[in-house]
Design a protein around this ligand. Structure first.
Ligand SMILES: O=C(O)C(=O)C[C@H](O)[C@H](O)CO
Ligand SMILES: [Mg+2]
Length: 414
C-alpha cells in the first residue's frame, strides 16, 4: 500500500532507483543512492567500519527492493516502515542501513525544495560549526608539536592522544597525521593494554599542553571505552586542573547507570555515544543528566529523523551534541551532519578528521573549513555527491578494527 490519495496524478516523487555503492578510496565506504522519477537523486552514508558488507547486504537484500515505487517525500513513514516493519529492532547494521536511506531522502527533499538542508531543518542557528582536530604522537612532545600545527591552521579545539610508555600501540596514535585509520588489516591486529600504565600519562599530557598552548584552546581526550567507572572518576578528577573540554567514552556505556558513579566524582565534562544506535542507548544518560555531550551521529543511528529525537531529548536536559566524525564516516555523513550542526539549538562541537584526497575526489562536497569552523555550504540538499565512475576504480578491501588484550592475554575493550 502507498499513501497516495485516490485519483492523484502519477507521482514524480516516486522512487525509481535505489542502489548501494561500495568503494575503497583508501578506506571502505558504503553509500546509498536513491533517485526519483523526476530525476532528483540523493545519497546517504551506510559505512559501519569493519562490518561494511553486512550493511551492504542488509540494504541490497532487504531494504532497497521495498523502496521502489514509494514516495520519496514520505520520509517519516519510510523510516517507520523499516524500523517497526522489520520486527527486529535497533542494532548497528539495521540502524546504519535505515540512516543511509533517511539521509538520502532528506537530501532529495531539500534539493526538491531548492534549499540547503539546514534551512529545511529550521534554519541556521550559528555562523559556523566549531570542529576539533586530532593531535597525536608517540610521546607527549610529539603530540604537542602536532597540536601546534592545528593551532596554526586555526583550530579552536584539539583532541590530544599520545603513546603510553611500555605499550607498543594504543588507540588514537599513528604515523598518519590529520587523519587516523585504525582498520589496518584484513584480520584484526592485536594490541596490548594496561590501565596502570595509561592512567598517569594523560594528566601529564594535559599539563604539558596547557603550558605549551595556553588556556584559549579547547582540549579533548578519548579513552575509547577502556576504564572501569571508578578509574574513569579518578582520571576525570586528575584532569580537572587542566579544564578539558571533555573526556570521551571513559567507560563502556552499555550500563548507562554506571555514569552516575563517575559523575559523583568529577566535574570534568563527559562525552559518550559514538557506538550508540538509538535513543534507547542514551535515554537514562540524558534523562538523568549523567553526560554533557552526546556523540551519536546520523550514520549509525537512523539518520536525521532519529538523531533529531535524540538531540531534542538532550536539549531538554542540558546535554549538547558532539557528533562522531572519524574518517570511517564518509563525506556524505559529514555533509549531512554539518547541516544538522548548523541548525540544532543545543550544538556543542563536531569531530572533524580530514579524509584523503582520493576520498574527497570520490565524494565532491560543498563543505569548507575556515578558522576552526566548518560550514556545510548553501547548495540545495546536503551538498555531497558521489562520483560513481571514480568510485568503481577503488574496489572493496577487507579491513578490520584491532582488538585489545590485557598484558596477561585477557580480551579487553579496544
Ligand atoms: O573518533 C573517535 O572518537 C573514535 O573513537 C573513532 C573510532 O575508533 C572509529 O570511528 C571506529 O571505527
Ligand atoms: Mg571516540
Amino acid at each position: 500500500m502507498t499513501l497516495d490519495r485516490a485519483g492523484s496524478a502519477p507521482n514524480k516523487h516516486a522512487i525509481v532507483d535505489a542502489r548501494v555503492i561500495v568503494t575503497c578510496p583508501g578506506r571502505n565506504f558504503v553509500t546509498v543512492r536513491i533517485e526519483t522519477r523526476g530525476g532528483v537523486h540523493g545519497i546517504g552514508d551506510a559505512t559501519l567500519n569493519g562490518r561494511e558488507l553486512a550493511v551492504a547486504s542488509y540494504l541490497t537484500d532487504h531494504v532497497l527492493p521495498c523502496l521502489i515505487g514509494r514516495d520519496a517525500r514520505q520520509i517519516e513513514d519510510i523510516w517507520q516502515f523499516f524500523y517497526r516493519g522489520a520486527y527486529w529492532r535497533r542494532g548497528p547494521v539495521t540502524m546504519t542501513a535505515i540512516a543511509a536511506v533517511d539521509v538520502a531522502l532528506w537530501d532529495i527533499k531539500a534539493k526538491t525544495a531548492g534549499m540547503p538542508l539546514y534551512d529545511l531543518l529550521g534554519g541556521a542557528s550559528r555562523r559556523g560549526v566549531m570542529v576539533y582536530g586530532h593531535a597525536n604522537g608517540g610521546t607527549i612532545d610529539e603530540t604537542i608539536e602536532q597540536a601546534r600545527h592545528y593551532r596554526a591552521m586555526g583550530y579552536k579545539a584539539i583532541r590530544l592522544q599520545s603513546g603510553v610508555p611500555g605499550l607498543a600501540a594504543t588507540y588514537g596514535v599513528s604515523r598518519d597525521k590529520l587523519f587516523y585509520e585504525p582498520a589496518d588489516s584484513a584480520r584484526p591486529t592485536e594490541q596490548v593494554w594496561s590501565t596502570a600504565k595509561y592512567l598517569p600519562t594523560v594528566p601529564k599530557l594535559f599539563e604539558a599542553a596547557r603550558e605549551a598552548l595556553g588556556w584559549e584552546v579547547h582540549l579533548l581526550h578519548d579513552v575509547h571505552h577502556r576504564l572501569t567507572p571508578i578509574e574513569a572518576g579518578r582520571l576525570g578528577k586528575d584532569l580537572e586542573p587542566f579544564r578539558p573540554f571533555w573526556l570521551e567514552d571513559c567507560t563502556p556505556a552499555e550500563n548507562q547507570e554506571s555514569f552516575r558513579l563517575i559523575r559523583q566524582h568529577t566535574t570534568t565534562p563527559l562525552a559518550v555515544g559514538e557506538v550508540f544506535n538509538s535513543v534507547w542507548d542514551a535515554k537514562q544518560l540524558i534523562d538523568e543528566q549523567l553526560i554533557d555531550y552526546i556523540r551519536t551521529t546520523l550514520v549509525h543511528a537512523g539518520g536525521i529523523s532519529h538523531v533529531r529525537r535524540i538531540a531534542h531529548l538532550a536539549e531538554l536536559n542540558n546535554v549538547r551534541t558532539g557528533f562522531h566524525g572519524a574518517t570511517d564516516l564518509s563525506p556524505a555523513c559529514m555533509g549531512a551532519a554539518l547541516h544538522f550542526d548548523l541548525w540544532v539549538p543545543n550544538f556543542g562541537i563536531q569531530e572533524y578528521m580530514r579524509h584523503t584526497a582520493e576520498t574527497d575526489a570520490v565524494f565532491p562536497h560543498a563543505y569548507t573549513f575556515d578558522q576552526g569552523e566548518l560550514h556545510p555550504g548553501d547548495a540545495p540538499g546536503h551538498g555531497v555527491d558521489i562520483d560513481e565512475k571514480l568510485a568503481a576504480t577503488f574496489p572493496y578491501r577487507a579491513a578490520s578494527l584491532p582488538i585489545s588484550r590485557l598484558e596477561d592475554g585477557t580480551m579487553s575493550d579496544w
